[in-house]
Design a protein around this ligand. Structure first.
Ligand SMILES: [Zn+2]
Length: 219
């Protein structure tokens, strides 16, 4: 995924880049509310002369990647609350193009940002949490916020890749017609208790703890 730095100038109208240094403690998720705009479009809008709104955000992410518009240690005007603007990094999820791919990129981006900071998904906020605005709107689901819960789960899964699922397949060991032991297969290798097999074959078996050696003798 591309991650492009394209900061808006300090001279951007309406103080959209207030240049207030912050130490963020959360990440706030938004949808752009515009079904046709890309991350580059969102960045362009921040410095478009016909834009009269006093609003901004840190990062926009779309199907291609992310564009950072304001340094992450500076305030942006995205939360609809002074506290949110002062303490949270604003991530705008674009609605244009392949939205499934966009969401995948957002999950990857946010998981990396949390990991980098030693944070968990409890650090994630909706715009809604700060101001009550129905945003990120595509996660709203008539107030059930199922998309939001799914998004947090996906981020969490991305941060904690599952340990490969070890399959313990049972194996029976039969010596001269007698079933003498149960074993199992792990990753294609069969493990069985050596003592049971040795004794079934009439061998003596010793275990030297010091050298960690198993000795079989058939004499
Ligand atoms: Zn929002």
């Amino acid at each position: 995924m591309d991650y492009v730095l394209n900061h808006i100038p300090l001279s951007t109208p309406r103080t959209r880049r207030p240049a207030t240094l912050i130490e963020p403690s959360t990440i706030t998720i938004h949808n752009t509310g515009n079904p046709t705009s890309t991350a580059a479009n969102e960045r362009g809008w921040l410095t478009n002369p016909s834009n009269t709104r006093r609003a901004s955000f840190h990062i926009a992410v779309d199907e291609r990647g992310a564009v950072e518009c304001i340094p992450l240690n500076e305030a942006a005007l995205h939360a609809g609350s002074a506290e949110g603007n002062r303490t949270s990094i604003g991530v705008e999820i674009c609605e244009s193009g392949n939205y499934a791919k966009t969401l995948e990129n957002a999950v990857e981006l946010v998981a990396a940002m949390l990991t980098e900071r030693g944070w968990g998904v409890d650090r994630l906020r909706r715009h809604y949490d700060w101001s009550g605005k129905i945003c990120p709107r595509l996660m709203y689901d008539d107030g059930k916020w199922t998309g939001w819960e799914a998004f947090k789960k996906a981020v969490e899964a991305k941060m904690n890749p599952e340990v490969p699922n070890v399959k313990l397949a049972p194996v029976s060991v039969v010596v001269n017609g007698n079933e003498i032991a149960d074993g199992h297969i792990v990753d294609g290798v069969t493990y069985v208790p050596v003592r049971s097999i040795a004794e079934a074959l009439g061998a003596s078996i010793t275990w030297d703890q010091k050298t960690r050696t198993v000795t079989l003798n058939t004499k």
